[in-house]
Design a binder for this molecule. Structure first.
Ligand code: ATP
Ligand code: MG
Length: 264
């Protein structure tokens, strides 16, 4: 599904601000994988997503999606394959547009960018889809998205993302800004959609328990490298203290605080 071949990213190369955010990353993601990604602040998790989505060009290396070299494919074209959700619930939706207009935009993207008109049939489809969110949004098609709560907005973003028919989801701490109840709702919906649409997913989280409980593989990043890659089998016997201990032993530093990994 996705192959990352010796990828690196250096910001401001050759200047005093030069920063190596990713160093020689190799990763193969299989179809249907759900990979959780953990690592301390600044370890390169979001940068990795920015390179996969094409938001930033790579400094070195290659990216292949379904065997096709996409290293120089622009972001908007990769967006037909890759759906991305951010921590900030306001990022994935247009506040000044109605729920139905947001949905038709996402739906059109799923039709490879064809402009699809909003008619009774589409409204019915959207009502049905919105119902799955169990947030009462099916009765509010004409409301502007700016009126919604953070949790409602993130759930809508998730629905819009799957309606745009991506093959892969990149979730960057997408429940971190929500209260525990809404975080749980959005996480449940995420699992439901991944299952229903057979998506391949990568999810960055600072919630170690989530990293352990969800998915079939766990990556830990540190200082621009993947320092740990655990299989579903290895994850089974994992606990949060064990994961923190692994982090410390790889870092070979006793003074590494648990918070380095556990901050949210
Ligand atoms: N656009 C940019 N310009 C310059 N430096 C950047 C840019 N984006 C990221 N960096 C730097 O690259 C490094 C990795 O950042 P990144 O955002 O990928 O970390 P992260 O693992 O997502 O951290 P967090 O958990 O805080 O979100 C950091 O040192 C960061 O300052
Ligand atoms: Mg980040």
């Amino acid at each position: 599904m996705l192959r990352i071949d010796q990828v690196s990213k250096v910001f401001y190369p050759g200047t005093v601000n030069e920063k190596t955010a990713l160093e020689d990353i190799n990763l193969t993601v299989s179809r249907g994988d759900f990979i959780t990604v953990v690592g301390s602040n600044g370890s390169g998790k979001s940068t990795l997503f920015n390179l996969i989505s094409g938001t930033y060009p790579v400094t070195g290396g290659k990216l292949l999606i379904e065997g096709k070299d996409v290293t120089s494919t622009p972001e908007y074209r990769r967006a037909f394959t890759i759906g991305r959700i951010f921590q900030d619930p306001t990022k994935g939706t247009a506040a000044k547009m109605s729920i139905e207009d947001n949905l038709i935009t996402a739906y059109s993207k799923g039709m490879k960018g064809l402009r699809i008109s909003l008619n009774a049939e589409k409204r019915e489809l959207f009502r049905k889809e919105l119902k799955q969110l169990s947030m009462g949004l099916e009765a509010r098609l004409k409301d502007n998205v700016g009126l919604l709560s953070g949790g409602q907005r993130q759930a809508l973003t998730l629905l819009m993302t799957v309606l745009s028919r991506p093959k892969m989801l990149l979730l960057d701490e997408h429940t971190a800004a929500l209260d525990p109840r809404n975080a749980q709702i959005v996480m449940d919906l995420t699992m439901q959609f991944i299952d229903k649409y057979e998506l391949t997913a990568l999810m960055v989280t600072h919630n170690m328990q989530h990293a352990i409980d969800f998915g079939n593989r766990l990556l830990m990043m540190d200082e621009g490298k993947i320092i740990l890659d655990l299989s579903a089998e290895e994850k089974k016997s994992l606990t949060v203290p064990k994961l923190v201990k692994l982090f410390k032993s790889i870092k070979k530093k006793d003074y590494v605080s648990d918070e380095d990994l556990l901050t949210e």
